[in-house]
Design a protein around this ligand. Structure first.
Ligand SMILES: Cc1cc2nc3c(=O)[nH]c(=O)nc-3n(C[C@H](O)[C@H](O)[C@H](O)COP(=O)(O)O)c2cc1C
Ligand code: SF4
Ligand code: SF4
Ligand code: FES
Length: 598
């Protein structure tokens, strides 16, 4: 990067690309050409910056200017004002929602202040399609170090010492997993598998890493191969990730061309190559035994463990499966040392964790924080608090396998064990924030709807049990539930957890159990009072007109599609509850706040 005076980094993640970032890059490039500046300013498409809510993002170096919500038409302003005259374009700078001031340097934005980027270190900094840029940021140094200075045993010892735990959901110690794999089937074909199936609703951590920094995963898989004695790597990636697939394929080809994949890597005598296998988007195929069956061309159904993949994996051979984010941490651990890594985080959860922050939060996006950061810091400092000044109600972590945390958990330092103790789990890193308007029975029903759809149907507790849980929740949201249903929900949840064959069924009842524990009163309100306190369950809603506030403007009666509202001009109107279909049109139409949802 040394020859250029300035660099324009434009987000080329899926989110920003879909809102026009490629056109921004093209426009900036052609304007630079018109002004004979193409040798002074380098324009790069990078991976995701994380702040997808405010995309497309354009960053300018060396002054670190961070432009948000840029449109293709803004290219002219950026080139003429910033790149030619050196003046920042105020209207494109991020505006702090609290102080209303423009912030030019991303380092001073609350969204970034408490973050620490290890797995995402290169996302937003390099062009993922150029291997030279990865190499310029210490890329392939860790592989070089491992092949020239370390024995496979040294590598495993370093991984164990680092305390890294798997980021795919289970949190199993990575070094220990590599040690198991290294001990099986010495001398025979072994496999390193990267699990890039990422099926949790709302999660996009792994996709962003693969789109923004594919070489970090390739390098880590080779290091793993060296340590366990494998020469073949497979990435199981969902076919719905076309950009990640394209960038990964391109990265594999460039690594091969440079002799960083293939035969006799760096003249060390070590051979390793990687192939892609495509998933069709079934959540259960993220489970490692189902994933292996799917790669073999069989139905993507799980089998009981043991045997674990290390004992009998792909084609019955020793296989080590790790998640994308787990792999992305590995080159840094080797370069900086286990000691550096294990000083970050909590006693039993080292390093950082990437979360996909979504829901009723001001700053939606992808964040990476040291383990031990509290939920309050994530939601209020990084996430900018709850949207529209509403009250925080709950944060769902761990996706369909996890649970709902509440106000009492806001100061819990986030790590694998603390989240489990609080009744949820880390999972792969989805975090959905809910406010006072969210109904927790409906949230539990949403996740059950997902697991019912995604159950592979192999075992009865999951196939039939989750369906029965869903039906009971549905009854409750329709005002037909009984206290006996609440008892049955708890009992059946326990049975499914104890008897289902794989992690999908074993964790499917978690959203039900955690909402029952934390929001019991809300369930009782649905069942006993036939009322939805959050006003979400349509069947339990009543729209009523407050005669004290109604001025008889007739706006509501004019929009009611079923003629349920009667009343003369300038007199209070009335809703016929028998006719009302609860569409909410009158509520939106009344300018005097006279219509209430009850
Ligand atoms: C239903 C189900 C879905 C899963 N989906 C994923 C997934 O999408 N990605 C992933 O890495 N792990 C997923 N896992 C966990 C994997 O089985 C496995 O533990 C993980 O890939 C191991 O890698 P790690 O040790 O690096 O976390 C899933 C597990 C279950 C039970
Ligand atoms: S728990 Fe569900 S997903 Fe897992 S094997 Fe049984 S039916 Fe299939
Ligand atoms: S909620 Fe819809 S159907 Fe009911 S009174 Fe209002 S406009 Fe009419
Ligand atoms: S996709 Fe552009 S910031 Fe995330």
């Amino acid at each position: 990067m040394a020859n250029y005076k300035m660099h324009v980094l434009i987000c080329g993640g899926t989110g920003c690309l879909s809102s026009g970032s490629k056109a921004i890059a093209d426009n900036i490039k052609s304007l630079l050409k018109e002004n004979n500046m193409e040798n002074d300013v380098q324009v790069l498409m990078t991976g995701c910056f994380g702040f997808c809510e405010k995309g497309p993002i354009v960053k300018i170096l060396p002054d670190n200017t961070f432009y948000t919500e840029v449109k293709p038409g803004d290219a002219k302003l950026i080139v003429e004002e910033h790149l030619i005259k050196g003046r920042k374009v105020d209207s494109l700078l991020y505006k702090d929602p609290m102080t209303k001031k423009h912030i030019s340097d991303s380092k001073h934005m609350d969204f970034y202040k408490k973050q620490m980027r290890i797995a995402l270190r290169n996302c937003g900094f390099i062009d993922p399609d150029k291997i030279e840029e990865y190499i310029a940021r210490e890329g392939y140094q860790a592989l070089g170090k491992v092949l020239s200075e370390m024995t496979p045993k040294d590598v495993i010892a370093e991984m164990k010492e680092s305390g890294l735990r798997g980021r795919g959901g289970g949190g199993f110690p990575t070094g220990l997993k590599w040690e198991f794999a290294s001990k099986y089937n010495i001398g025979e074909q072994k496999y390193v598998v990267c699990n890039a199936d990422e099926g949790d609703p709302g999660a996009f951590m792994d996709r962003s890493i693969l789109e923004g920094d594919p070489h970090s995963v390739i390098e880590a898989m080779s290091i793993c191969g060296y340590s366990i004695g494998a020469t073949k790597g497979l990435v199981y990636i969902r076919a719905e990730y076309p950009l990640a697939i394209e960038r990964l394929q391109n990265a594999i080809s460039s690594a091969r061309e440079m002799g960083l994949l293939g035969k006799d890597i760096m003249g060390s005598g070590f051979d390793f190559d990687i192939e892609l296998k495509y998933g069709a988007g079934a959540f259960v195929c993220g489970e490692e035994t189902a994933l292996i069956h799917s790669m073999e061309g069989e139905r993507g159904e799980p089998t009981t463990k043991p045997p674990f993949p290390a004992e009998s994996g792909y084609w019955g051979k020793t296989t080590n499966v790790n998640n994308v984010e787990t792999f992305a941490n590995i080159p840094v651990i080797i370069n900086k040392g286990a000691n550096w890594f294990n000083k970050i985080g909590t006693e039993k959860s080292k390093g950082t964790k990437v979360f996909a922050l979504a829901g009723k939060i001001n700053n939606v996006g992808l964040i990476e924080v040291p383990m031990g950061t509290t939920l309050r810091e994530v939601i209020f400092d990084i996430g900018g608090g709850i949207k529209n000044g509403k009250k925080f109600k709950s944060a769902q972590t761990g996706g369909p396998s996890g649970g709902c945390l509440t106000e009492k958990d806001l100061d819990v330092p986030i790590d694998f064990d603390n989240l489990v103790a609080a009744g949820s789990m880390m999972g792969s890193g989805g975090m959905i924030v809910m406010d006072e308007d969210d109904c927790m029975v409906s949230i539990a029903k949403f996740y059950l709807d997902f697991t019912v759809d995604e159950s592979c149907g192999k075992c009865t507790p999951c196939r039939v049990g989750t369906k029965r849980l869903y039906e009971m929740l549905d009854k409750i949201t329709k005002g037909q539930g009984t206290m006996d249903d609440l008892k049955k929900l708890k009992m059946l949840s326990g049975v499914i957890k104890d008897t289902a064959l794989c992690g999908l069924g074993q964790t499917a009842p978690n959203p039900v159990l955690s909402t029952l524990d934390n929001f019991w009163d809300e369930y009782v309100a649905h069942v006993v009072d036939k009322r939805c306190p959050a006003g979400q369950c349509t069947a339990l809603l009543q729209y009523v007109i407050d005669p004290g506030k109604c001025i008889g403007c007739t706006a509501c009666a004019r929009v009611c599609p079923v003629g349920a509202i009667s009343g003369k001009v300038k007199t209070a109107h009335v809703i016929d509850q028998e006719k009302c279909i609860k569409c909410g049109a009158c509520y939106d139409a009344c300018k005097f706040g006279a219509i209430e949802k009850k």
